[in-house]
Ligand binder design. Sequence first.
Ligand SMILES: Nc1ncnc2c1ncn2[C@@H]1O[C@H](COP(=O)(O)OP(=O)(O)OP(=O)(O)O)[C@@H](O)[C@H]1O
Ligand SMILES: [Mg+2]
Length: 283
Amino acid sequence: MNTAEALPMPAPRGQISIRNVSKVYDPDGARVLAVDNCSMEIAAGEFCVVVGPSGCGKTTLLNAIAGFHGITSGEILLDGKLLCAPGKTPPPGSDRIVVFQNGALFPWYNVLENVTFGPVVQGVMPEREARDKARELLSQMGLQGIEGNYPSEISSGMRRRVEIARAMMTDPSVLLLDEPFRAMDALTKTVVHQFLLDVYDRSNKTIFFITHDLEEAIFLGTKVYIMTTRPARIKTVLDVDIPRPRDFRVLSSSKYIKLKKECIEAVHEEALKAFKAGEREMA
Ligand SMILES: Nc1ncnc2c1ncn2[C@@H]1O[C@H](COP(=O)(O)OP(=O)(O)OP(=O)(O)O)[C@@H](O)[C@H]1O
Ligand SMILES: [Mg+2]
């Protein structure tokens, strides 16, 4: 599965600088500070994993990069160019593609049509080229032979892989994944992880990946950013210095076990704070 060594590596793109970003939601005057003065430097081609307590502001940050909403202060740069600032929200673009937790395939299109639909409709590539590219990406994701199936006819693990193939069609600089494997059983996850790692090793894309699963975070990530309880800031950054390509054997290595322990301790501290804050709100 790991054939990345044999392929020439494209120059990495997708450096993200998040500088002193804050985000306040203000629905009907109920001011919610979701992200507070958060800074991250994500290198081009980094597999960046973000973990943190529920409600701490992870999705808020991802949505700002995606261009789904604005920020209240600070700035976000992509490859050195200003992407977001107060009053400047970028339109969602083909350079930053989001893969959602609950999936978003069109049920009335088959797999191949789902993958080719966006680039063809947007006029990014002619239908024939799109089909060829889609077939190649589907095959890289281990999905050859299901092009004619409808989303309801394939497993959730397959659907998620179709979505990742679809996200890769326009060759984005950045893939934004918000808990994409949350609902998956552990066995399916291990397979899907391997395909994602293979795609990452081949493409060298910047990946911004949110998860609650600490094992997944360390297995996949180059760096794991642990966030504080709301409002989100960076508490700790773990460097995952486990060589690539990685496979399931990593899971039993002493380095992995040591990093997992560090990660659990840091996250547990924040989870406890979030829990106590929740209890105070309910009292
Ligand atoms: N549109 C909104 N309007 C008001 N408050 C919001 C809005 N979206 C999110 N929030 C609040 O902002 C905070 C951060 O939310 P966010 O969804 O970013 O957290 P999260 O870290 O992704 O959580 P989870 O792990 O549960 O997905 C939460 O308190 C949430 O209730
Ligand atoms: Mg979220």
